[in-house]
Design a protein around this ligand. Structure first.
Ligand SMILES: *Cc1c(COP(=O)(O)O)cnc(C)c1O
Length: 354
């Protein structure tokens, strides 16, 4: 039976990418060897890394603009500290819009002063603050573009702010933005790009080299740039699958094309949530995420029936994060409009049964 995978992460990947990846695990490029048993310094793998890095800059429209793309390890969580290690000299600003921002703040505090310039914590992160002032003298301002757990998304970024850093783990490559407004973008691969095991960091080179502290090699962006993202053995499989996914995205028309589909999927689901008396949304409407839709049943007693229906329809991964409860439908790039249609059909059937 076909499964409809709404998992928040690790998440759904395109079927053809999975097919190519499983072939490469057995026989990579007809070499008679597996992708995961050859040297990362071999010509075939170096080409994979270079292609992945250049696809990133191409899709984001950042070629020739002084940016470098790196595939690092340690997850987005490692970037929480690496960013501060490399860029925080005295104080940095953070917009606190959810659990992940909160964790980024905690790490940054180990390196300098952190100013929480705005926060939605008091409202259990159900909205994204706007129109806040940004104090002078910050080394950088850190924003989370999409709050995976709460289902909110930043629609407006501070205009022409220099040293803007963005955690785009759960919405990179899903919507068109002027990516050159950011000086550093990072994303764990496993939400919208590939399997777990690698983290994408896109960095404007000229922001580096300004802090006075010594930086250990593995945590120093300059070291990774100097070694073309191969300072140590990279996560070869995760980089390869990310490369395939980026190529898939490019062939379907890039970010502009996927954004239209993502908007359709989100509209379909949110209009069901809004029309149905048995469901209610969690996030404020203006701040709703195109990637993660959070909602709950208005009556707890419907839970058993609803969850049985989900299972019968082959819907997977719909449970909300433990800190929010309810349901969360993650509609990453590889999830089809058809799968959202199946979910919406189950939801309207639930309404009839209630
Ligand atoms: C999942 C997630 C993270 C953490 O990613 P890891 O790769 O598990 O460290 C950070 N930020 C956001 C927005 C996320 O969705």
């Amino acid at each position: 039976m076909k499964k409809h995978n709404f998992s928040a992460g690790p998440c759904i990947l395109p079927q053809e990418v999975l097919a190519q990846a499983s072939e490469a695990v057995k026989d990579f490029n007809g070499s008679g060897l597996s992708l995961i048993e050859i040297s990362h310094r071999s010509k075939d793998f170096v080409e994979v890394m270079e292609k992945a890095r250049s696809l990133v800059l191409e899709l984001l429209g950042l070629e020739g603009k002084g940016y470098q793309a790196l595939f690092l390890q340690g997850g987005a969580s490692m970037e929480f500290l690496m960013i501060a290690y490399n860029l925080l000299e005295t104080k940095a600003g953070y917009v606190n819009t959810g659990t992940w921002s909160d964790k980024a703040i905690k790490e940054a505090k180990l390196f300098g002063e952190v100013v929480e310039v705005a926060s939605s914590k008091a409202e259990k992160f159900n909205f994204v603050p706007q129109g806040y002032g940004i104090p002078d003298g910050l080394d950088y301002l850190h924003i989370t573009s999409n709050n995976t757990i709460f289902g909110t998304q930043t629609k407006n970024f501070p205009k022409s702010y220099t040293n803007l850093i963005c955690d785009m783990s759960s919405d990179i490559f899903s919507r068109q933005l002027d990516f050159s407004q950011f000086d550093l973008i990072y994303a764990g691969a496993q939400k919208n790009m590939g399997p777990a095991g690698t983290t994408l960091v896109v960095i404007k080179e000229d922001i580096l080299g300004k802090v006075s502290r010594q930086i250990p090699s593995m945590l120093d962006y300059k070291v990774h740039i100097g070694k073309d993202s191969m300072f140590n053995t990279p996560s070869v499989f995760a980089v390869y699958v990310s490369m395939l996914t980026l190529d898939w995205l490019k062939n379907m028309g890039g970010i502009d094309a996927i954004e239209k589909i993502n908007e359709k999927k989100a509209q379909l689901l949110y209009s069901e949530i809004d029309l149905s008396p048995v469901f209610e949304g969690y996030a404020r409407k203006d701040d709703r995420s195109l990637m993660n839709a959070t909602f709950s049943l208005t009556e707890d007693k419907l839970k058993g029936t609803f969850e049985k229906m989900l299972q019968e329809a082959g819907i997977n991964g719909l449970n909300g994060h433990r800190s929010v409860g309810g349901y969360r439908a993650s509609m990453y790039n590889a999830l089809s409009l058809e799968s959202v249609g199946v979910l919406v059909d189950v939801m309207s059937e639930m309404e009839r049964k209630a």
